[in-house]
Design a binder for this molecule. Structure first.
Ligand code: X8Z
Ligand code: ZN
Length: 671
């Protein structure tokens, strides 16, 4: 449930008000003498959950429509509707939770007990009891996401032509290796978050109040309660996993720093051996793939330039359209044609991703997917470009929202998003409260498991890369390509929620928001800004998931889980060689095994679902380490004789405390 919009803001899961009730005569109970909310008097717990499931599904499309509209057409009207839609949903959630209290301590089926617990965790935005505060909360949430989506930086405030949005600024980081140009793009984007600080502070107060009203110590503890173990155990699990993979990250960090120092003499690292934030080819340093030309281990060992091929495909499509036109066509017509060619290319890329899923025996996407999705950035309005997948009605109206460009990053993101969509489609037969991932990390890992199976051989077979050599150098290249996306991500996947857990539990104070952020960036990622970032900035707000209120530890989990899933599916397909060379493309046995996991949804603890697929009910980074073993050996050789690692700059004791993983409070019995 809580995931229908995977990544987007409120992820409210359940919906707003039971609007069907309103139509059927949702009258003021005090005047009619009826019991409030039309709750049947002698309802059993099982009947209660059956009713919630029914009401939930009924109200759902109205809620998702309001959210879809405000994400794909940002203006004051759609923001109002989205805030109200969310408010109605959260009000209804509060009602259901109130009603559920009757059954505390009573005997009920395990499925019903599970459903009631999932109901409590049905939102990442716990609603305060006070209706006025709930109204305030949903308005802030919608506004923060809208600010992010419409975020624009103008180099010269008096010249609209100098204005740039995230996509353009990311393009600079992707392509330019000029130190100052990158710095300007990076700083420019981060200005958009400055006005969010006050609202974010209030947002944190309000969700904390909601979490306390629901019996949690704070919103962070509530977020950590969705993993079929206590919040304390969960926090410890993430530390354990980070301990497993940290040595690999440190080797990659060391290698990258050497290359950066060679490329930018005296400026390739910051004091203490940290990597300059604006030089990593990515706004948040979470994916270093764009540094490929600088970091490629063996430049002559074969070509893996997917972006070049995608761009060529786009250009060819554009030329085909232009050839049919008059040379003297007006500029407007040309802009239409360019737009058309971009859409065609985005469709081609999406069809290619769909093909992987259907090769496993999964169904084609419904026609409505192609009609209703937003594949590219509209020209006439602001939208939230951050990619997301939506289940609009739990009955097949699935969509993705992206601003696809012909590059490798977006290409793999489409595979990622379709993972969400196929999960949605697979568990649509489950009762609504079980229509969710086994945990949120599972939801994020499905598409990425497929991405791991996009081996050089697969890419060659679909014509995206040229003839592939099979030798040690080509292997290290292909491992580096994966590592720049997957290994570089790991500490980032942890640090965002380390920051939010600290904000929510009060160990990070509003006056230290930025300081604590950069301290965590330094501690986990070994990254630092090249210029001072004082409290006049609010750098966390420049990453979608903070204004969008999407919990982030899910992505860290996913980066561990996807290697576990990948290994299990390779085994299922009968594959025998080294893990990194396996692709289960076209293998129906693997496909069936995958689908069997997806259609379970959240109906049982994730550990059981995991055991059914992999034979092991625990999170484990061993498959990831097995996958990257050749690269890790190679990196160690490259780094020999160098001093690897980095030192976190000293800061005042308050900020230092914020770097400790937020201490989770004792279990409240809610997990
Ligand atoms: O937000 C996403 C997806 C949507 S769930 C595009 N991801 C994280 C990010 O972009 O920060 C995928 C990887 C990490
Ligand atoms: Zn996702």
């Amino acid at each position: 449930m809580s995931h229908r919009r995977h990544s987007p803001p409120l992820r409210a899961a359940f919906l707003a008000c039971v609007c069907a009730l309103a139509i059927a005569g949702c009258k003021d109970a005090s005047r009619t003498g009826q019991q409030a909310d039309n709750v049947p008097k002698d309802e059993t717990a099982d009947e209660f959950i059956a009713r919630v499931n029914r009401e939930y599904k009924e109200m759902y499309p109205e809620f998702t429509s309001s959210q879809w509209l405000s994400s794909t057409y940002i203006n004051d009207d759609t923001k109002l509707l989205a805030a109200k839609g969310n408010e109605r949903f959260l009000t209804q959630l509060k009602r259901w939770l109130e009603q559920a209290k009757r059954f505390e301590g009573q005997k009920m089926s395990p499925a019903t007990a599970r459903a009631i617990n999932l109901l409590k965790l049905g939102t990442s935005m716990p609603p305060p009891k006070d209706p006025a505060k709930l109204t305030e909360l949903t308005a802030i949430a919608t506004d923060l996401e809208g600010q992010y989506g419409a975020g624009t930086w103008c180099r010269d405030k008096s010249d609209p032509k100098s204005c740039r949005q995230l996509g353009d600024l990311e393009e600079v980081l992707r392509n330019s290796r000029d130190y100052d140009e990158q710095l300007q793009a990076w700083q420019g984007w981060h200005t958009i978050a400055q006005p969010m600080r006050g609202e974010y502070q209030r947002f944190a107060e309000l969700v904390n109040e909601g979490a306390r009203d629901m019996g949690y110590a704070d919103a962070g503890e509530m977020w950590r309660s969705g993993y079929d173990m206590s919040p304390t155990e969960f926090a410890a699990e993430t530390d354990r996993l980070w301990g497993q993979v940290k040595p690999l990250y440190e080797q990659l960090h060391c290698y990258a720093r050497t290359k950066l120092e060679a490329k930018y003499p005296d400026k390739g690292s910051v004091a203490g051996g940290l990597l300059p934030a604006h030089l990593m080819g990515n706004m948040w340093q979470q994916d270093w793939s764009n540094l490929w030309p600088m970091l490629v281990p063996f430049p002559d060992a074969g070509d893996l330039n997917i972006t070049a091929t995608l761009e060529k495909q786009y250009q060819a499509g554009l030329n085909d359209l232009l050839i049919q036109e008059n040379e003297t066509m007006p500029a407007e017509r040309e802009a239409d044609i360019v737009h058309r060619a971009q859409l065609d290319q985005a469709r081609r890329m999406t069809e290619r991703a769909q093909d992987f899923y259907t090769s496993l025996g999964m169904p084609k996407l419904p026609a409505s997917y192609w009609e209703k999705s937003q594949l590219i950035k509209p020209r006439d309005r602001d939208v939230v470009c951050h990619a997301s997948a939506w289940d609009m009605n739990m009955s097949g109206d699935v969509r993705t929202k992206m601003c696809i460009k012909p590059n490798e990053e977006d290409f793999t993101t489409i595979y990622h998003e379709l993972g969400h969509i196929y999960y949605d489609l697979a568990y649509n037969k489950q009762p609504p409260l079980f229509q969710n991932g086994a945990n949120d990390g599972f939801h994020e890992a499905i598409g990425d498991t497929i991405v791991l199976a996009m081996t050089p051989r697969y890419l060659q077979s679909i014509g995206l890369v040229g003839e592939q050599k099979e030798n040690q150098e080509a292997l290290i290249n292909s491992q580096m390509r994966m590592a720049l996306a997957k290994v570089s991500f790991l500490p980032f996947g942890l640090m965002i929620d380390r920051w939010r857990w600290g904000v929510f539990d009060g160990s990070i104070k509003p006056g230290d928001y930025n300081k604590a952020w950069w301290r965590l960036k330094a501690q986990y990622q070994g990254v630092a800004p090249a210029t001072p970032r004082g409290e006049e900035f609010f750098d966390p707000g420049a990453k979608y998931h903070v204004p969008g209120n999407t919990p982030y530890t899910r992505y860290f989990l996913s980066h561990i889980l996807q290697f576990q899933f990948y290994k299990a599916l390779c085994d299922a397909s009968g594959y025998k060689g080294p893990l990194y060379a396996c692709s289960f493309y076209g293998n129906k046995v693997a496909g069936q095994k995958f689908w069997a996991m997806l259609d379970k949804g959240a109906s049982q603890p994730w550990q059981s679902t995991m055991r059914e697929l992999t034979g092991n009910g625990k999170l484990d980074a061993a498959p990831m380490l097995e996958y990257f073993a050749p690269l890790q050996t190679w990196l160690k050789q490259q780094n020999e004789g160098r001093t690897c690692g980095w030192t976190v700059p000293a800061a005042n004791p308050q900020a230092a405390q914020a770097t400790k993983p937020a201490k989770a409070k004792p279990a409240t019995g809610k997990s």
